[in-house]
Design a protein around this ligand. Structure first.
Ligand code: MG
Ligand code: MG
Length: 255
């Protein structure tokens, strides 16, 4: 598949979808408190998505035929879980946790993707800094998403901001988005300046750094989805859907 350029009509819908997405994540974030279960968060996410006439795009998603259907609307990844945690009733949020909530929307036929990592209550200084730095890395990656730059420039910006302070996950990456949950190109969180596809106006990318407090090695779980750190150290993950424009990157999934 080649990289798609969105039409002005599609961009109008994506802008609208992104605002809804940001508002839903803002509301969900406030519900990530000690005692809440991942399955409760998932149910609330689904309800909020359907309330705006959208569909949860992760529900029953299948990256390819080797995967089971994803059974939820939200990915909830707690502490050492990096991404794609399947919400269950046994996953109970505790004081001191860091919790990634990742949501996909399908709104008027168009797809947006965004994630936050929430710091719950009293967390260690190191874990907080990990979350702040992962958020900053996302902003550095977005700043690099300029017309004429390449996908490699985004990864380079993220990796150089990391500067070997954290494990930088290499098995998972950002991606094109907008007409489907996942589109070309892959947007890795590492890269060489000037390498990979050139960025053009109308491209839409999900940029999503994942930094680990320990090493970068990951474990893929038997459930087919959950990915966690091999060493059991905590991980943070944040994501925005970003439109490439002549005037610079436009974050769609923020208010
Ligand atoms: Mg996502
Ligand atoms: Mg994504």
């Amino acid at each position: 598949m080649s990289i798609t350029i969105k039409t002005p009509e599609q961009i109008t819908i994506l802008r609208e979808a992104g605002k809804h997405h940001a508002r839903i994540l803002n509301e969900l974030e406030k519900m990530v408190v000690p005692g809440v279960t991942a399955i409760e968060l998932d149910a609330i996410a689904e309800e909020k998505v359907r309330a705006i006439g959208a569909e949860p795009s992760f529900l029953h998603y299948q990256p390819d035929h080797t995967y089971p259907l994803y059974p939820a609307s939200l990915c909830v990844s707690i502490n050492e879980e990096i991404v794609h945690g399947i919400p269950t009733a046994e996953m109970i949020v505790k004081d001191g946790d860091i919790v990634s909530i990742d949501l996909g929307l399908k709104y008027k036929g168009m797809f947006t993707d965004s994630a936050r990592t929430v710091i719950v209550g009293n967390t260690s200084k190191e874990k907080k800094q990990l979350v702040y730095d992962t958020r900053e890395a996302l902003m550095r990656g977005i700043e690099a998403a300029q017309v004429g730059n390449t996908v490699g420039d985004i990864g380079y910006a993220i990796e150089s901001f990391n500067n070997k302070r954290y494990g930088n996950v290499r098995e998972l990456s950002g991606h094109g988005v907008g007409l489907a949950v996942h589109e070309d190109p892959y947007v890795p969180n590492y890269g060489k300046k000037g390498s990979g596809a050139k960025l053009k106006p109308g491209m839409v990318l999900a940029i999503e750094p994942m930094f680990n407090l320990g090493a970068s090695d990951v474990v893929f779980h038997d459930d087919g989805y959950t990915v966690s750190t091999r060493d059991g150290m905590v991980s943070a993950h944040v994501e925005h859907t970003v439109l490439i424009t002549e005037q610079g990157p436009e974050i769609l999934t923020e208010l």
